[in-house]
Design a protein. Structure first.
Length: 168
């Protein structure tokens, strides 16, 4: 005789969840953990960055074999990679912060650099590069017009490529 398992009721929809990890009716997880300060911090970090495991892995794959990683993404292997626009925005933010720190250090600690140049880098450099992504995509499409990729797919290639150059 089979062992009877207790009936699990979903806390969200009050339906029998069965044996799985998620409710068959609404999709909520069947095991609910207590909320802790650590879990709140993780949720806040995830909300602003969407950095779980994908970002470091994507950077590693882009550095090791950029064309291969991007083709895999376009062929449908997407779960393990950071999404292209998210990757681009995170990389652009990192570059903006680093450029700001470099310019502050140069001007305050060493008295070097022109303040107008520092102001340009602080305010406009990353925005200029963000604005140039569509232009980069069009240029790549023109050079590789015989390839099977459409403009949106070329933009994915471009976003990943520019992201890696930001981080380098």
């Amino acid at each position: 005789m089979d062992k009877l398992s207790p009936i699990k009721m979903c806390k969200a929809c009050q339906q029998n969840t069965g044996e799985g990890k998620y409710c068959q009716n609404c999709g909520q997880a069947t095991s609910i953990k207590r909320i802790t300060l650590s879990s709140i911090g993780h949720e806040a970090f995830h909300f602003f960055t969407h950095l779980d495991k994908g970002f470091p892995y994507t950077v590693k794959k882009l550095l090791a074999g950029p064309g291969k990683m991007q083709r895999e993404y376009l062929d449908g292997v997407r779960i393990k990679y950071q999404k292209p626009f998210s990757m681009f925005l995170i990389s652009a933010t990192v570059v903006a912060v680093v450029l700001y720190w470099i310019n502050v250090a140069l001007s305050e600690y060493y008295g070097a650099g022109d303040m107008k140049e520092a102001l340009f880098f602080d305010r406009y450099m990353v925005l200029l590069l963000v604005g140039m992504v569509p232009l980069f995509g069009l240029l790549v499409k023109l050079f590789f017009f015989r390839e099977k990729y459409n403009l949106a797919e070329i933009l994915v290639f471009t976003l990943y490529t520019v992201s890696v150059f930001f981080l380098l």
